[in-house]
Design a protein around this ligand. Structure first.
Ligand SMILES: [Zn+2]
Length: 148
């Protein structure tokens, strides 16, 4: 698995600004927002804080977390996604947010609730205009291994 090369294959970002590269070595962070006044986190990013109505500030909400739950979808996949594909919720370490998203199709068969996951970015499927696109996803954590 080499996320760097797959991302380098190109494609447009499905949602610009949703993911940031951390170190150019295939590690990514998910972008949301946080309230500087009361500390409430949000994903996706919000302008106004749902708790205190103050202004939220864009920030990274997570790079890794634990798989809370998942499901494998075996019906016809939309947007050129592989079949089957998995989606799930991950509890992010940094913010505590529970975030829904696509799971790395290569990991579909070996998923376990509670396993460590990290944010990835891949060229998978197409956008609504049929163009190849870069999608954020959750992938099993490398457990200290380096992708060199
Ligand atoms: Zn607030």
């Amino acid at each position: 698995m080499n996320a760097r090369n797959e991302a380098a294959e190109g494609g447009v970002e499905l949602v610009p600004g949703l993911v940031e590269a951390l170190d150019g070595a295939g590690r990514y962070g998910l972008m949301g927002s946080r309230c500087p006044d009361c500390g409430a986190w949000a994903f996706p990013a919000l302008e106004r804080c749902p708790r205190c109505q103050g202004r939220q500030a864009p920030t990274r909400v997570g790079t890794a977390g634990s798989l809370y739950t998942y499901t494998v979808v075996r019906t016809r996949a939309p947007f050129g996604l592989p079949e089957p594909y998995a989606v799930g919720y991950v509890d992010l370490d940094e913010s505590g947010l529970r975030v829904f998203g696509l799971i790395d199709p290569a990991a579909t068969d070996g998923l376990e609730v509670g396993q460590r996951m990290e944010i990835g970015l891949r060229s998978i499927g197409v956008d609504r205009h049929g163009r190849p696109c870069l999608r954020p996803l959750f992938q099993p954590a490398a457990r200290g291994k380096r992708h060199d």
